[in-house]
Design a protein around this ligand. Structure first.
Ligand code: TYD
Ligand code: MG
Length: 459
């Protein structure tokens, strides 16, 4: 007899409890406990036996001495998409489970279908969201390239896994994990226990058959993938596809990777016929005008492991209402407030009476603190309405007392600015250790304080 079970699960941390609570006793969040009905609980071994068939031997691992473990057998499936390979640390590791998350409409399905069409391997593309015709239409739009891609529109995990075992593909893509439902438990698709169960089944499938599985995951309002963090614990790698939908650039970041570094990132441009890899981002993120405008400066940043020159634009204008407005696109608003407070305190610039708008080119989000110096220069430039010459760029972090701090990989930043034909770069004077400035054509200017920046540029 199957037993019917009702549990209460926290949608924030995933902990389950037998009774409802207003506040989760594990993570302390309020109002996150939801009720879920679970039925037909089957033991995990039985579940994998179901899709393996009655004679399929389920792997029975035994303890093994560390020196006896075979290495060098990890195969990677190299995709024709250089950016994806880079982000995954050199291709898709066999038997791995990879989650790719992102806002709706950002291009997750497009990216995965594009991989499926271009890679020279047998692919099973499972969609619970779109019909075969819709996928075919999209494939035609992407320039349908190979016929070794199989489509399956199914949401029942048992059936999916049975097909996957029979087809023996080299890669399985699931679009999306929230639409799947396992016959072993009876809660609605997308609910916490269902997502956890389906991901668990797919993980067992990946590990036992050595076939890598990609899961597409929706992102919740607050930006976490699939609601609870628990999905991120199950999978081997978590990728995030992000960008501003009003722009064409998309960034693929690694949030977790068991087989590579999380520093890498991939950049794409969404075009009418799919996503194009962007191997040289700087040239796209700089505006094409020759005119010098106030409030616009260039930062030499590093995203992942790649140097990128990004244009920052600030607009400072007199506030119409009592409370000034502050808006930042692609940059942390709190950090902007901090930079304005430093300017106000150390330089006496009256930002408190002004509306401030900040924009980074291309709708790209930057976390690199080296962008501070460019933002500060853009703010002063707009406030004073004095343009910063467009052959100048910046790389430095601004500290709370107005000091310019050193940043990592300064060499790489200067090199990129030099390559793109900039004539001057402003960096921190504490950043010059071991730096041979003579090998560049670009002039390297060092400063220690905000005041020095002001004197050098605006006086
Ligand atoms: P989609 O992959 O459906 O997003 P997701 O799966 O993340 O929800 O892509 C959505 C957007 O991409 C859609 O608004 C149309 C656009 N698009 C292009 O601009 N070019 C293309 O070649 C394709 C296939 C889509
Ligand atoms: Mg989709």
């Amino acid at each position: 007899m199957s037993k019917i079970k009702k549990i209460f699960v926290c949608s924030n941390c995933g902990v389950s409890s037998p009774k409802w609570m207003g506040r989760c006793s594990s993570c302390g969040e309020w109002n996150t406990i939801v009720e879920e009905v679970i039925q037909h609980e089957t033991a995990p071994e039985e579940r994998s036996r179901l899709w393996k068939g009655s004679n399929g031997a389920v792997r029975d691992p035994k303890p093994i001495a560390l020196p006896d473990v075979q290495t060098g057998t990890t195969r990677r499936l190299i995709t024709p998409d250089g950016e994806l390979n880079r982000v995954l640390g050199g291709g898709i590791v066999s038997g791995s489970l990879i989650l790719i998350g992102g806002q709706p409409g950002i291009g997750k399905s497009t990216l995965m279908l594009q991989v499926a069409l271009r890679v020279k391997a047998k692919i099973l593309y499972v969609s619970g969201e779109e019909s075969e015709e819709q996928i075919k239409m999209r494939a035609d739009r992407l320039g349908n390239l190979q016929s070794n891609c199989f489509l399956l529109t199914e949401t029942n995990t048992s059936k999916i896994l049975t097909h996957a075992v029979n087809l023996e593909p080299d890669l399985v893509i699931i679009d999306s994990i929230q639409t799947l439902s396992s016959p072993h438990i009876e809660s609605t698709p997308g609910s916490i226990s269902q997502v956890r169960e389906c991901a668990g089944e797919l993980q067992r499938f990946a590990k036992e058959t050595n076939i890598p599985v990609f899961l597409i995951g929706h992102i919740t309002k607050d930006g976490s993938i699939a609601g609870p963090k628990l999905l991120e614990h199950i999978v081997d790698a978590v990728l995030q596809f992000e960008g501003d939908r009003n722009y064409t650039y998309r960034i693929l970041r690694t949030l977790k990777n068991r087989f590579g570094s999380t520093d890498e990132l991939g950049i794409y441009e969404m075009q009418s016929d799919g996503l194009r890899e962007v191997s040289n981002p700087s040239e796209l993120l700089l505006s094409q005008t020759d005119e010098e405008l106030s409030g616009s400066t260039v930062a030499a940043t590093i995203e992942g492991l790649r140097p990128m020159l990004i244009e920052t634009q600030a607009l400072v204008s007199t506030a119409v209402f009592g409370t000034p407005q502050r808006t930042a696109t692609g940059f942390d608003l709190r950090r902007l407030s901090m930079l304005m407070a430093v300017l106000e305190k150390r330089g006496g610039f009256p930002f408190a009476q002004n509306d401030v708008f900040l924009n980074l080119a291309g709708g790209i989000r930057v976390d690199d603190p080296a962008i501070d110096l460019a933002i500060v220069s853009a703010l002063i430039s707009s406030l004073q309405d004095v343009a910063v010459p467009n052959h100048i760029c910046f790389a430095g972090e601004v500290g709370l007392s107005g000091e310019i701090r050193s940043v990592n990989r300064i060499d790489q930043r200067i090199q990129e600015a030099d390559r793109l034909g900039f004539k001057q770069i402003y960096i921190s004077k504490y950043n010059t250790k071991g730096l041979d400035t003579k090998k560049y054509n670009i002039e390297v200017k060092t400063i220690g304080k905000i005041e020095e920046l002001y004197r050098a540029l605006f006086e």
